[in-house]
Design a protein around this ligand. Structure first.
Ligand code: 7TS
Length: 403
């Protein structure tokens, strides 16, 4: 990988913060955008813009073609069987809410159970709690060990005749743990239960193949994979999506409306009420082209090397505590140094031009399990370098001396 060439594709990386070169280590929250993604968005607004799926006129047809080509691009990227299985949403959060609502309505009754894990992001906890309130279902939790790995024996014991769905994160946004998702899905299927995969933190970093995994549902956000904000994906096996009711009502999602009876559109439009972010989907497709051209295996290997270097260098710092020591891990490192509050560390690193995330990372139940309030988190992307990690390590050492 030619990192300098990649860095040149991201204009923001050449800016300074407080007079220091920007070191952007908050890729878990959102990634920066390459010029080709922003250009594709601007070009579409300037030369194609029109609402999709409803016009006979030239521009509307062109916009519809681009939007549907983006759906095909996503299908190919995750290796879904059909574009009917690709629903565009606003992001991971909306995708999970959609599923919790629709699946909950159609497939669950009071007393039924959903299995999630200790290391879920709030967006894979709260929608199930809302469903629990609405429908009287209960939520069971897969525990973790001190390395930050799911306890699979305990997982198997959680299944009962009332288990209706498993919903787990592929890669933890705090611990970096890459969960053994194929095994998790296989166990669910042995019990006749479908599985939803939260791929928000895996899609940008590794090859994700929904057929190879045999995922029933999989969700992710465009903005974490070098695409624009406001767009996400819900993948669902057609056999499942066919059985589920719409989430929102409105334009696009209907076949025929009368005041007496309304019939719904076919897949995937049944789940896409209202004008979609058709410009954003173009941006997402461009982002997927961009990383595919680099190569997902190359990206995974590069980031793996970067993360190993990061772990090794960070461990040289006295008082360093790393949270998440699973052997299979992605490019996220959460840590605390001595008694320094994560917020103080983050604020002082910021003054050195280093952007890290601090706090509970929308995973408060995991923080409770770890017995802490929050961490500092450095999360890497395709444009980060070992030199930047050295800047971080020097920065942490400087901050540590102040306390
Ligand atoms: N699931 C995981 C695993 C995540 O990391 C996030 C966002 C979401 C779901 C929600 O995605 P959204 O695009 O719908 O907001 N994670 C983070 C993070 O780690 N820091 O900021 C956002």
């Amino acid at each position: 990988m030619d990192i300098q060439k990649i860095r040149n594709d991201f204009p923001i990386l050449s800016r300074e913060v407080y007079g220091k070169p920007l070191v952007y280590f908050d890729n878990g929250a959102t990634t920066q955008k390459p010029r080709c993604v922003v250009d594709a968005i601007v070009d579409e607004y300037y030369s194609v813009n029109a609402n999709v799926h409803r016009g006979v006129h030239f521009l509307s047809q062109k916009a519809t073609e681009l939007h549907e080509a983006s759906r095909e691009r996503v299908r190919e990227f995750i290796n879904a069987r059909s574009t009917n299985e690709i629903v565009f949403t606003r992001g991971t959060t909306e995708s999970i809410n959609l599923l919790a609502y629709s699946f909950g309505e159609a497939m669950m009754k009071p007393g039924d159970e959903v299995i999630i894990s200790t290391m879920e992001h709030h967006s894979n906890i709260v929608p199930w709690q809302l469903l629990a309130e609405r429908k009287g279902i209960s939520i069971k939790i897969i525990p973790i060990n001190d390395q930050g790995e799911l306890l699979l024996d305990d997982y198997e014991k959680l299944f009962t005749a009332k288990t209706k769905l498993v919903s787990v994160v592929h890669v933890s946004n705090v611990l970096g743990t890459v969960n053994p998702i194929n095994k998790i899905i296989a166990v669910a299927h042995q019990h006749g239960v479908p599985c939803l995969v939260d791929a928000a933190q895996s899609i940008p970093h590794m090859k994700v193949d929904v057929q190879e995994m045999d995922a029933d549902f999989l969700v992710f956000s465009a903005h974490k994979v070098y695409g624009p904000t406001g767009v996400g994906v819900l993948y669902g096996k057609e056999s499942w999506l066919d059985k589920l009711p719409p989430y929102q009502g409105g334009g696009e999602m209907i076949q025929h409306v009368s005041f007496e009876k309304t019939t719904f559109n076919e897949l995937p439009f049944k789940f896409e009420a209202g004008t979609p972010d058709y410009i954003g989907t173009t941006g997402l497709a461009k982002a997927l082209d961009y990383i595919s051209n680099i190569g997902m295996d190359q990206i995974a290997a590069y980031e793996q090397d970067l993360t190993e270097y990061g772990l090794q260098r960070l461990k040289e710092i006295p008082g360093m505590r790393i949270f998440g020591e699973a052997p299979e891990r992605g490019s996220v490192i959460s840590f605390l140094v001595g008694n320094i509050h994560h917020f103080d560390m983050g604020t002082l690193l910021d003054r050195l031009g280093i952007a890290v995330r601090t706090g509970h990372h929308c995973a408060q139940p995991l923080m409770q399990r770890l017995g802490i309030e929050g961490t500092v988190r450095a999360s890497f992307g395709i444009y980060n370098t070992k030199e930047e990690i050295d800047v971080l390590v020097n920065g942490i050492q400087r901050v540590s001396k102040m306390f």
